[in-house]
Write a protein that binds this ligand. Structure first.
Ligand SMILES: Nc1ncnc2c1ncn2[C@@H]1O[C@H](COP(=O)(O)OP(=O)(O)O)[C@@H](O)[C@H]1O
Ligand SMILES: [Mg+2]
Length: 277
């Protein structure tokens, strides 16, 4: 790999509570290249969100990063001063949080929510910011007229795509998605992931995609890390994980996927069969 966009090395995160220290992330290494979709799969509680928060240096006590470093291009993220962190968090690395569709302010129209973010993080004029908001709505396939709606007037899938659109409006190089579609039904889930994939081809960004759903990840990611109890047990290309798993736990996760034998044939992105789906 050329110089990775993001490089996490030997990262440990501890939760320190009443004399007790719980290590949620344990000496994790993880690289993400430009334009790459990297997945992180593992059961609930294995440390996925804790790792994601670390990339943006978002931890507050009782969470402490106790070892390791995070490099974004030539920048050491953990050494960034507060003033630069804010810019880094939105303009370089965007995050779509778990159940993000509920993160829109219910009493504020959608166009206002775009404008607030764009004004806080860019020098765009009001007109240019509105034009950007309209472009982003088109990108995620939502009628521009919806900008005048309140979030509750939109479906869950639509709200999730709007949150993505707001995140993309700042043109980050890396987007962290923490269980972005867990609350959605499988058809909408697939539509949204397909859309992220297409947007990535057009706009060029990298994704760290986090989910407990390995089947979903196998459709969507270039490389996949299998996480358990704070450690990355195995990291490999989608094909390696699917066909040549090295770790017994990976095998267990694969065995738990219904219809796994169909994967190679029908569940691949960017394949000719996709046209037929
Ligand atoms: N505020 C906290 N205090 C103590 N332990 C925590 C706290 N937040 C998370 N943890 C623990 O850290 C571990 C990892 O949590 P998390 O990163 O949220 O896992 P995941 O996102 O994989 O479900 C879990 O065992 C959880 O109980
Ligand atoms: Mg989580």
């Amino acid at each position: 790999m050329n110089q990775p966009l993001l490089s996490i090395q030997g990262l440990s995160v501890d939760y320190v509570t009443n004399q007790d220290v719980f290590r949620a992330v344990d000496k994790v290494d993880l690289d993400i290249a430009d334009n790459e979709i990297v997945g992180l799969a593992g059961e609930s509680g294995c440390g996925k969100s804790t790792l994601a928060y670390s990339v943006l240096n978002l931890h507050r006590p009782p969470a402490f990063i106790t070892q390791g470093q995070i490099r974004y291009r030539d920048t050491s993220v953990l050494d960034l001063p507060t003033a630069s962190l804010d810019r880094f968090r939105w303009n370089e690395v965007g995050m779509v949080f778990q159940s993000a569709m509920n993160s829109l302010n219910p009493v504020v129209r959608i166009d206002r929510q775009f404008l607030d973010v764009l004004h806080a993080h860019t020098d765009l004029t009001r007109e240019a910011a509105l034009a950007r908001a309209e472009d982003m709505m088109r990108l995620v396939d939502i009628p521009v007229s919806r900008l005048r709606d309140y979030p509750h007037q939109c479906s869950g899938g639509m709200r999730q795509r709007i949150v993505m659109a707001i995140c993309l409006a700042l043109e980050p190089r890396l987007i962290i998605m923490d269980e972005p579609t867990t609350a959605l039904d499988v058809v909408v889930q697939r539509e949204i992931l397909q859309q992220i994939h297409e947007l990535k081809q057009r706009l060029g960004f990298s994704v760290l995609f986090i989910t407990h759903d390995l089947a979903l990840m196998l459709q969507f990611c270039d490389r996949i890390g299998i996480m358990r109890q704070g450690r990355i047990l195995e990291m490999g290309s989608r094909d390696d994980i699917l066909h040549r798993p090295q770790n017994a736990y990976t095998c267990q996760l694969l065995d738990a996927i219904p219809g796994r034998h169909l994967f190679g044939r029908t569940w691949q992105w960017n394949q000719t069969e996709e046209a037929a789906l």
